[in-house]
Design a protein around this ligand. Structure first.
Ligand code: 5GP
Length: 114
């Protein structure tokens, strides 16, 4: 099976700015930022989307969220606040079929989202 975009980024086949990496996840700067700070964190395992995560992924998903919070803190977003977003499927706005969590901050985010 061909690699996903984020697998290629993890394999350094596509250059990007990496802000955090461990054996399970990678955090990068979004190429098209929607806020002053817009990071993406994703598991290296190519789970296509949250709807297709399996019970066996529960530790990985917990790790992803804990690391998202750590990355947000290191980006200086704790005091002002930030938003974590996971888009799932076409109506959810998903464009890259490899599970990832957006970390958005640095401006006031509105609710409900568009
Ligand atoms: P989605 O729309 O699937 O929730 O989010 C995919 C995100 O990946 C988008 O915010 C998009 O800007 C970002 N993206 C797409 N291609 C690249 C790329 O080549 N490099 C980086 N760093 N981000 C990308």
């Amino acid at each position: 099976m061909s690699k996903t975009l984020f697998e290629k980024i993890a394999a350094r086949e596509i250059p990007t700015q990496i802000v955090f990496e461990d054996d399970l996840v990678l955090a990068i700067r979004d190429i098209n930022p929607q806020a002053p700070t817009h990071l993406l964190i994703f598991p290296k395992k190519p789970v296509p989307r949250i709807a297709e995560a399996a019970p066996a992924d529960h530790q990985l998903l917990g790790h992803l969220l804990l690391k998202a919070a750590e990355v947000a803190e290191k980006a200086g977003l704790n005091q002002s606040g930030y938003r974590l977003v996971i888009n799932n499927g076409p109506a959810g706005g998903e464009t890259v079929p490899h599970l990832h969590c957006h970390i958005l901050g640095g401006r006031q985010l509105i609710w409900p989202p568009g």
